[in-house]
Each structure stands twice: as structure tokens, then as C-alpha cells.
Design a protein around this ligand. Structure first.
Ligand SMILES: [Fe+2]
Ligand SMILES: [Fe+2]
Length: 164
């Protein structure tokens, strides 16, 4: 853990323990999104599904990067990501979006992804707003802002694919 790193955030007025809890919840969301998208990429079937699966795999890799970035920040602040995998499901912000019954229904698959991204966008927006209120922590702010930007890009990509 970065002792000084934590100290400067505390001095700025941020409740670091509360911040760590928020980051852990986001970390859980990212692992779940990674699993969900990886599964959808495998299950998507029908005409055009291979192209969509490629796009889904790409965003799954982004989510995997996000969890890593969040884990780094949690540790820098003196926290630790959950040691038990099952805890991720318990603490996640975003409910696990149901896998569409028929994964040959690519519209339903794409809509499920848009729904999941929407939840992530809300969750990250909340963290940014909270940080703006409680005090400056430019490093966490930068990490979250960067992730939020990618979630917005994911949503936009799948909205474009949906074409509605
Ligand atoms: Fe993400
Ligand atoms: Fe995403």
C-alpha cells in the first residue's frame, strides 16, 4: 500500500475507507461484466453472430483491464480486492443481466449488453460526483473518468450495432 498516497487523499477530505468500498463494488461489476460478455460471445449464434462476438470479446477485454486498474487503485489506497470470488456477486452494483433465452436472437443479446453498460455508466458517474463533492483525489478521478469514457464508448458501439 502507498502510505503517502493514502495520506494525501485523506488530507484532501476524502473518507478513504468509503472510497475503497465504492471501488471494490465497481471492481466486482467489472469481473461480472467480463464473465457475462465472455459467455455471450461464446453463445451468440446465427447470421452475423461471429462479427458481433468479435465486438463483444473486445469489450470483455476492456472490462478485464478495468478490474485490473481498479485493483491497483484499491491497493494503492491501502485496501484489498475481495479474496473470495463469491463476494463479488454479493457486493456488485449492477445486477447480473439475464442471458437472453434464445442467444440466436442477436438483438436481445445486444440489448442485454446495452443494459449492462447503462448500469456501469450510472455507477461510475456516481463515484465521480461523490469525489467532486468530498474532495479532490485526482488519481482516482482520472482512473474512474477513463473507465467511464470506455463504458460510454461500449454503450455507443452496441447502440450503433442495434441501429435503433
Ligand atoms: Fe468496465
Ligand atoms: Fe463496458
Amino acid at each position: 500500500m502507498g502510505r503517502k498516497a493514502r495520506e494525501i487523499v485523506e488530507r484532501a477530505g476524502v473518507n478513504v475507507n468509503q472510497l475503497i468500498e465504492m471501488l471494490k463494488k465497481a471492481y466486482a461489476d467489472e469481473w461480472i461484466a467480463f464473465y457475462y460478455y465472455s459467455l455471450l460471445a461464446k453463445l451468440a449464434k446465427g447470421i452475423g453472430s461471429t462479427e458481433i462476438a468479435e465486438q463483444i470479446k473486445k469489450i470483455a477485454n476492456d472490462e478485464l483491464e478495468h478490474q485490473s486498474e481498479l485493483a491497483d487503485r484499491i491497493i494503492q489506497l491501502g485496501g484489498e480486492p475481495p479474496r473470495k470470488f463469491e463476494d463479488l456477486v454479493k457486493i456488485a452494483n449492477c445486477p447480473y443481466v439475464k442471458v437472453p433465452e434464445n442467444t440466436g436472437d442477436l438483438k436481445a443479446v445486444v440489448k442485454a449488453i446495452i443494459e449492462a453498460e447503462g448500469c456501469a455508466i450510472e455507477a461510475y458517474d456516481k463515484i465521480l460526483k461523490w469525489l467532486k463533492e468530498v474532495g479532490p483525489d485526482p488519481i482516482t478521478f482520472h482512473v474512474i473518468r477513463h473507465i467511464l469514457q470506455e463504458e460510454v464508448e461500449h454503450e455507443d458501439l452496441f447502440e450503433t450495432i442495434l441501429g435503433e
